[in-house]
Write a protein that binds this ligand. Sequence first.
Ligand code: NAD
Length: 240
Amino acid sequence: MSREYVLVTGGSRGIGRAITERLIADGMHVINFDKDAPTVIADHESFHQVDVSDENALRAELTAVTTSYPMTRLVNNAGIVRPANIENASIEDLHAVMNVNIAAAIICVQALLPAMKAAHFGRIVNISSRAALGKEERIVYATTKAGLLGLTRTLALELAADGITVNAIGPGPIATELFQSANPPGAPATQRILDSVPLGRIGQPEEVAHLVASLLDHRAGFTTGQVVYVCGGMTVGLSQ
Ligand code: NAD
């Protein structure tokens, strides 16, 4: 069986790892761009070590892979968080987080567009966050994740005529290293988050991967410019 190729950023850990494993299980070949190697490189995975915040390195790596693989699917998943309120947020943090959470996504889309346009088919999924709707102590992170929604909607309009769909997913609290580093287990603020989830639990990376897989499917062609929250219901209302 010939496998279709998909580029996943940050595919070595957490949500990105679950996405990588799910897409491989679904019959795709994953090109994983991450600064760190996964614990085990899977069959049907090509790992490329790259810091996606380094524009020159990212563009060079993209040039190399786009000449080797016909990629018409992209998951912009790599993301970082630097928790701070407005008094403590620095512009240095803003630039650093923007480079990973937004600039890398734009650069990856630019690199894959020629193949998508040639195929008159493309699927792009951007991993935003429910923090895009507002979250205390996340001035920089929330700003970038909200920016990703504007990017998603604008790309959806610009690329619709080429058969390319662009959607975003907004995870709520998902059990990964990123979540635990920003929300230490046992901290009162962490407990407040968990208590407020209507489904009464933290989400699993595989539950985000399931929606990614669905939006990447050939049959998802009439869904574009949307954001779907995978958040246990917490963007709808707080638990009683
Ligand atoms: P994570 O920190 O567990 O994993 C992130 C992956 O991205 C890692 O493999 C890391 O090496 C890679 N990465 C980070 N910076 C990179 C860089 N500069 N270059 C290359 N690779 C880099 O994070 P996660 O929780 O799995 O988050 C994945 C995405 O989901 C992020 O965009 C995050 O903002 C979003 N998200 C997560 C949660 C959550 O609760 N975990 C909630 C909302 C949104």
